[in-house]
Write a protein that binds this ligand. Structure first.
Ligand code: DX5
Ligand code: ZN
Length: 220
C-alpha cells in the first residue's frame, strides 16, 4: 500500500446535507483518500451511518474509501462494506474475538485490511497479526466523536509501533485518528505516522479547501 504522507478527511465532521459538495471540495484540494467513520451505538456511544451511505458516496466519489468500523461483531458486515465500495476496511482489535479470521476474510474479499487500537489497548495485542495487515490505525482519542482533544501519549505509541514495524522489516502503514490539527499532525509525522485523519480541522471553521491544503503542507 502507498506509504507517502497523506491527509484523510473524515466526513464525520462534514455537513451531511451538503456532503457531495464537501467531498468535491476536498477532492479539488488534492485529497486522494476519504475516511469513513462507522459507529453502531454499542462499540462506541454514538451512531453515524452505514454501508448504504458508503455506497451512495462511492457512486460519485473517485477517492480511495478508507472505512473505519467502530462496531461490535464486524464479521457480519464485511461483505456489505466491500459491496458498498470500501477499499480499506479497518476493524477494532477490541471488537474482534477472532481477529485472524476477520482480517483473513477482509483480504479474501479483496480489500486492504486495517486493525485499530483504542488508546488503552496495548500494542502487543497486534504483534502476531502485524505481518498480515496493511495498516494499523492508532486512535489518538477515545473513539465515538469528532472534535476531541488529542491524547499526547499517542505520540509515544506511534514511535513504538513504528520501531516494531521496522524491526520486523514490514511495510505496514501507520494511521493516526483523532484530534489531528496543525500542531499534532507535525508531532505524529515526526513519530513515524504515514496517514493522518482529520475531521474538524478540515470541515470545521474556515474554507474546506484551504484547511486541507494547510494540513497537507505541514507534511511536506
Ligand atoms: C473518532 C473518529 C475520527 C473522527 C476524527 O471516533 O474515528 O475519525 O472523525 O475527528 P477529529 O479530527 O475532529 O478529531
Ligand atoms: Zn475514524
Amino acid at each position: 500500500m502507498r506509504k507517502d504522507k497523506i491527509v484523510l478527511p473524515s466526513i464525520l465532521a462534514a455537513n451531511f446535507a451538503h456532503l457531495e459538495d464537501a467531498i468535491t471540495q476536498v477532492t479539488k484540494a488534492g485529497a486522494t483518500m476519504l475516511h469513513l467513520d462507522i459507529m453502531d451505538g454499542h462499540f462506541v456511544p454514538n451512531i453515524s451511518f452505514g454501508s448504504g451511505t458508503v455506497k451512495q458516496i462511492n457512486s460519485f466519489c473517485s477517492l480511495t474509501l478508507d472505512t473505519h468500523l467502530m462496531i461490535e461483531d464486524p464479521d457480519k458486515y464485511l461483505e456489505d462494506f466491500c459491496n458498498a465500495g470500501s477499499d480499506i476496511l479497518t476493524v477494532h482489535v477490541e471488537a474482534c474475538r477472532h481477529l485472524h479470521r476477520t482480517v483473513s476474510k477482509i483480504k479474501e474479499l479483496g480489500m486492504k485490511a486495517g486493525v485499530s487500537l483504542n488508546p488503552a489497548t496495548s500494542l502487543i495485542s497486534i504483534e502476531e497479526i502485524l505481518p498480515m495487515v496493511d495498516l494499523v490505525l492508532v486512535m489518538s482519542v477515545n473513539p465515538g466523536f469528532g472534535g476531541q482533544k488529542f491524547i499526547e501519549s499517542s505520540i509515544d505509541r506511534v514511535e513504538r509501533l513504528s520501531a516494531l514495524i521496522n524491526e520486523k522489516k514490514l511495510h505496514t502503514v501507520i494511521e493516526v485518528d483523532g484530534g489531528i490539527d496543525a500542531t499534532t499532525i507535525v508531532k505524529a509525522k515526526n513519530a513515524g505516522a504515514d496517514y493522518f485523519v482529520a475531521g474538524n480541522a478540515v470541515f470545521g471553521n474556515g474554507k474546506i479547501e484551504n484547511n486541507f491544503k494547510q494540513l497537507l503542507q505541514l507534511l511536506h
